[in-house]
Design a protein around this ligand. Structure first.
Ligand SMILES: CC(C)(COP(=O)(O)OP(=O)(O)OC[C@H]1O[C@@H](n2cnc3c(N)ncnc32)[C@H](O)[C@@H]1OP(=O)(O)O)[C@@H](O)C(=O)NCCC(=O)NCCS
Length: 182
């Protein structure tokens, strides 16, 4: 079974590539966005933490347990956001998908494109059998990305995670190779 996580993927409109230390300021700006903060907890707050995160996720890529890609505009190289495969479990044939976009990159299908590229790679390059995605029940934009990419809503995980001092429910979505939208 193929197990290599590609460093770079493109569909001609966007390009996925590894994060680099020099992206720290742009990543920090992405984490400061109010929509991002509304749906995230425990986000790195300063540049040093962001550099640590970039190095940690690159170690996970080298170990084969996760792939966090920066999303660039394929035409001008502008940073648009991030898409990730995390918790890659080759024995179980599963991984989780995550994504965020900078405010100016939203509203034109970039996240959907990025999820499709990452999912296709997960099924073909890594040979995984199932991808999972969880999101807040009030995160309509994220649910729309999941559904446009072919994910099916499978249920509600009650009190799924610690969140901003309490616990939060999550919707759970699943994607099988045959669900992947063209
Ligand atoms: C979740 C998030 C990435 C969604 O971003 P988005 O821009 O709405 O999603 P997409 O990039 O797929 O774009 C879809 C929008 O572009 C439009 N669009 C235009 N061209 C399109 C195309 N070729 N393909 C798909 N959509 C297209 C869609 O109609 C949709 O617009 P609408 O919201 O007005 O219906 C963004 O809201 C975000 O960064 N949120 C904060 C982080 C977050 O919540 N992450 C998910 C945690 S679970």
């Amino acid at each position: 079974m193929p197990t290599t996580i590609p460093e770079s993927l493109t569909d001609g409109e966007i390009r996925l590539r590894p994060w680099r230390d020099e992206d720290a300021d742009a990543q920090l700006a992405g984490f400061a966005d109010p929509v991002f903060r509304r749906f995230s907890d425990g986000v790195p707050l300063d540049r040093a933490d962001v550099v640590k995160r970039i190095r940690a996720v690159e170690r996970q890529r080298a170990e084969g347990t996760a792939a966090y890609w920066a999303i660039d505009d394929a035409h001008d190289g502008r940073l648009l956001g991030e898409v990730s495969l995390s918790g890659i479990d080759h024995r179980q044939g599963r991984a989780s998908v995550g994504y965020w976009l900078t405010a100016s990159a939203r509203g034109r299908g970039v996240a959907t494109r990025a999820v499709r590229l990452a999912a296709r790679s997960a099924f073909t390059d890594l040979g995984l059998a199932r991808l999972e995605l969880t999101c807040a029940p009030d995160n309509a934009a994220s649910q729309a990305v999941a559904e446009r990419s072919g994910f099916r809503r499978e249920g509600l995980l009650r009190a799924h995670l610690p969140f901003k001092g309490g616990r939060r429910d999550s919707l759970v979505y699943g994607l099988l190779p045959e669900d992947l939208a063209r």
